[in-house]
Structures are given as C-alpha cells and as structure tokens.
Design a protein. Structure first.
Length: 459
C-alpha cells in the first residue's frame, strides 16, 4: 500500500492508508490511546482502540516522542465539534489497525511537544539535530527556502543566469586579513570571503548572473548578526547605463523577496507574532552623509566624522523611514571610497565617495554592493593603493585585460535577511548549523572536554 502524507489524508475518508512519521505527542485516555504523527506535511491524529487491534494497542502503549513508526489504518471524518482548523488534516483522524516501530528514540532531554521551544541558544544549538525537528524551528528554514526561491525568481526576471563558483581561491577576495587560509597541497589558498571576483569574471560571459554560495569571514567577533560561514545570494549586471539602474535592480529584488514571502507564508509570520512588513512602491534613498544628518537631528549625536553607520545608526534611520515613508526599507549610498573594497567605483563628481550602497531592512543592513571599476589600469592602481598584490589575482585581472563592460552588483546575506524577516534575536537561529568563533557543530569547550576525557581513559 502506498504511503499517504498527513496533509492528503482528508482526500481518503473511509479508505485504508499507510502513514509514516514521528510520534509527536502521546495521550492516554484509559484504554484509548491517541498520538499525533508528524511527517514533512504536518500532523495527523492517530486513534488506537483495543477492540480494533490489540496488537496496535500494545505497541502504542510503549511509544514515546520521536519514535519513528509506520501506521496502517482507516481514515475517518472527525465529528464537527472535534475538527481542528489549525491542522491540514484537522477534519480527519486515523483509526490504527497496525503499528510498526521503525526506530526507537531515547528519552528526550527537554519537552518537544509545545508550540515553542523555550531553550537558551547554547542548548538549542547543542541539540541541533533534535531541535530542528520542532515546528517553530523548522519553519525558520521553510521561510529561508522561500527567500532563496524568491531571490531566484527575481534574478531570472532581471535576465540573470545562475552560476556556480568555487569556495577556494588563490587570493583574498577583499584583500583583507580576515580570511581562512588553506594548506592546498602545499600551496597557500583561501576560503572565499565572497563570490565577487568570480561573478565579475562571469558577466563577461553571460552579462547578467546570479549565485547562491557559501562565503567565509575570519572576523574575530561574536555578535548577534555575524557568522564565520554565511550563505551569499548575489547578482552582477553588465552594460549598466547608470548608477540608478543598479539601485532599481536591488530594490526590486529585496522588496520582491520580502513582499512575496510574507504574503505566501502569512500563517507562519502570524505564529511568530510578526506584523506585515511595510514595502513601499518607492524605497527612500539617502546618501551616507544625508542619513547621518537626519540621525544627528533625531538623536543629537554628531556623526559628521564617521565613515559608516553603526548598528544604532541603522536602527535609527530605519525608524525614520518607517515613520516618514511607511517603509521598512531604506537605501543608503555613497560610502567613503577608502572604506570599500578595491573594485568599488569612485564617484566621478567626488572621488572621496564611491558609487556604493547598502539596503537596510528593519534596522539592519541586509545587502551591500556597488558599481565596479571596469578599467584594467584603474583597477590595478586601486589594488596597489590598498596593499593588494595584483600578482595574486591573475585570472581575475585577465578578464579586465581583454575588455570588461560597465557593471555592478550586490549581495544579500541569506541568514541575515531570514533573521530580520522573522525578527529573530540571533543570526545563529537562522543558520542550520552555525559556524562562529565558538562552534563548528559542537561548542569548542565541549569538544575539548571530550578530548580531555578520552585522553584520561587512554592513560
């Protein structure tokens, strides 16, 4: 008999089916046993009655949360007063005739049956293989998958071709020190800080490209918004006619993602207690200095000598955008050239500032980008001015030697946009298996403790 997913069981009333999944919770009412079976599609109530099957009743009496089972039985319509509108299968239940235990679970370290997991972050991550199964955590990554899907849709609307780039490079992408070095068969190599150099090369092939890939930052910081391994979702566009064309492109992508995901998964956002985001027809745009002036007027803090917006500044200018433009987005442009990567194009009208931009959403930067330098000689000069050795970027510069059109691009952080859309407290909640200074799967302190114990046993 073919397996039926829980969400499809209302289509099989008065039919015998097979369902498979995990025991979510079990409830005993005298001789009657009820348990909720969980699969990828949702929950289904299973009813076990001794008069229907003594064998099934005996197996059910020993089930506990997260046991994996296969259940044969009859789908029955629930009485109207017992319908559960919160479940896709809420109009039916399954009367079990046979239960097969496929895998036994150990006693859980905490309750998994509630609507939320009230766990501290270290506990949540230390038991990641288990906590990912909980609906509230699982839904984070359902939203993340939807963000990636909407990004792909928007990129294709812009005429972009998807490319797949390496994550090991001969040189540091940004030319900085915050990189992970790799012993590559006796040669020095680096984990990429971004797919930037490869997507620039590829616009000379496809003109418009997008990429979803991992990137690595060896930044010595432990914050709620930074990870050592992140997922970048990037676009690069060649033959641009103006700086504004790039602004239009990333604002279209960012607003499309937020608008479409929040509408398609409104139920999940409601469960998280999140209001519908404000996505305006036109996102407000400010230069860095104009944004700083507004922040100074609102807070009294003098930012005239600051080269960037700090987290407090980002929150303040987003409040301004929400109050004055009914927008949860704001675009900030023209950051100082010396504070941006070597490939960033200086503003011809004032080279002290660059044709660069950030997109802020709900108080945090979720995107960064710029128009790029496309002239070979100008690019080499910019590299040397930053202390970047052109010899380490031979393949990258080769593309510019043989002609590179005017181009630019932008990059979102997938974990960060997930965090902001769901208003999570820490970006680690938006990463399946977060990597930072303190963790690769397990916390280093735990791993060191285990290693120490192992050494004692060996002695």
């Amino acid at each position: 008999m073919k397996r039926v997913l829980t969400a499809d069981t209302p289509l099989h009333v008065d039919q015998e089916v097979v369902v498979k999944g995990f025991v979510h919770v079990r409830r005993d009412h005298g001789k009657l046993i009820f348990f909720d079976l969980r699969d990828a599609a949702g929950l289904l109530q299973i009813v076990v009655v001794p008069s229907v099957s003594e064998e099934a009743s005996k197996v059910a009496s020993e089930l506990r949360p997260e046991d994996v089972v296969e259940v044969h039985g009859l789908i029955k319509a629930r009485p109207e007063k017992l319908v559960n509108p919160k479940l896709k299968s809420g109009t039916v239940e399954l009367s079990a005739k046979k239960i097969t235990l496929l895998s036994k679970a150990e006693t859980l370290p905490f309750d998994m049956g509630g609507a939320s997991l009230n766990l501290e972050l270290p506990t949540l991550l230390d038991h990641r293989s288990l906590t990912l199964r909980h609906e509230s955590v699982r839904n984070i990554f359902l939203i993340q998958a939807a963000i990636a899907e909407e990004f792909r849709n928007a990129a294709k609307t812009l005429g972009c071709t998807e490319i797949f780039v390496p994550t090991i490079a001969a040189g540091a992408t940004e030319g900085g020190a915050d990189v992970f070095k790799v012993d590559y068969y006796g040669h020095e190599a680096f984990m990429i800080q971004s797919p930037q150099l490869y997507k620039q090369i590829m616009v000379s092939v496809f003109e418009r490209v997008f990429v979803i890939t991992k990137a690595y930052r060896a930044e010595p910081s432990v914050t709620t918004r930074h990870l050592s391994e992140v997922t970048m979702i990037d676009i690069e566009i060649a033959f641009i006619d103006s700086f504004e064309e790039l602004l239009d492109a990333f604002e279209f992508v960012g607003s499309s993602i937020v608008k479409n995901v929040s509408e398609k998964y409104s139920g999940i956002f409601k469960n998280f207690g999140i209001e519908k985001p404000l996505v305006p027809t036109k996102i407000p745009r400010l230069t860095l200095r104009a944004a700083q002036k507004i922040i100074t007027e609102r807070t009294g803090r003098d930012l005239s000598k600051e080269m960037d917006l700090n987290p407090e500044d980002e929150r303040e200018i987003c409040l301004w955008a929400r109050e004055n433009h009914k927008s949860d987005f704001v675009t900030v442009t023209h950051y100082p050239t010396k504070k941006r990567a070597f490939y960033t194009y200086p503003d011809p009208e004032n080279p002290e500032y660059s044709l660069s931009y950030d997109l802020l959403f709900k108080g945090t930067e979720i995107l960064s980008g710029s128009r790029r330098i496309n002239d070979y000689d100008q690019l080499v000069v910019a590299m040397k001015a930053r202390g970047v050795d052109p010899k380490n970027f031979g393949m990258y510069l080769q593309a510019f030697k043989y002609g590179m059109p005017p181009e630019g691009g932008f990059s979102f952080g997938l974990e960060r946009i997930t965090m902001k859309m769901l208003e999570l407290a820490n970006i680690r909640e938006a990463s399946l298996f977060p990597r930072d200074m303190e963790r690769v799967d397990e916390r280093f302190s735990k791993r060191e403790e285990k290693t120490g114990n192992d050494q004692k046993r060996e002695k």
